[in-house]
Design a protein. Structure first.
Length: 155
């Protein structure tokens, strides 16, 4: 008989970052933009679903996560009661810590709720200049351009 909980089982497995498939990052530093258009979690006060689009910009350190693991991890919050702001911090901090990222910027574009739209965002940065990546922080312009394009589209 077919396992009808395959999706649920996989999402549950990936809810723990220790189960992620981790690969070595490319030797050269690169800026990576990822977009997750179907994020859901629950309002911790009402229990109603919250819907968001997640924008993530990273500069990997030594590791990258396999994309299916990232997708399933984000899906694991579907039944979790968490505020918009805390969710944004959780995404950023978990990826930053688990992958040893050099840089991460996360924007969560929540759907309006009660006639109010919320776009929490956060940045974490190990300081690429201190780690020997070219004078003038070569990704600064690239990252700022990507962030500007996202914010212009979103806001």
């Amino acid at each position: 008989m077919e396992n009808k909980t395959y999706g649920s089982d996989k999402v549950n497995d990936m809810s723990n970052p220790k189960n992620w498939d981790i690969w070595p990052a490319p030797k050269n530093h690169e800026a990576v933009y990822q977009f997750f258009p179907e994020f859901t979690c629950l309002c911790p006060r009402s229990g109603y679903p919250d819907f968001a689009k997640i924008h993530i910009i990273t500069v990997p350190g030594q590791k990258v996560v396999e994309l299916k693991c990232l997708k399933l991890w984000l899906n694991s919050f579907r039944d979790v009661g968490i505020s918009h702001e805390n969710m944004t911090q959780k995404v950023a901090k978990t990826l930053y810590d688990e992958l040893g990222l050099e840089y991460i910027w996360v924007l969560m574009e929540y759907s309006p709720r009660g006639n109010l739209t919320t776009f929490p965002m956060t940045t974490m940065d190990r300081g690429l200049e201190k780690n020997g990546v070219g004078a003038g922080y070569e990704f600064g312009i690239e990252i700022d351009t990507i962030k500007t394009k996202i914010l212009n589209k979103v806001i």
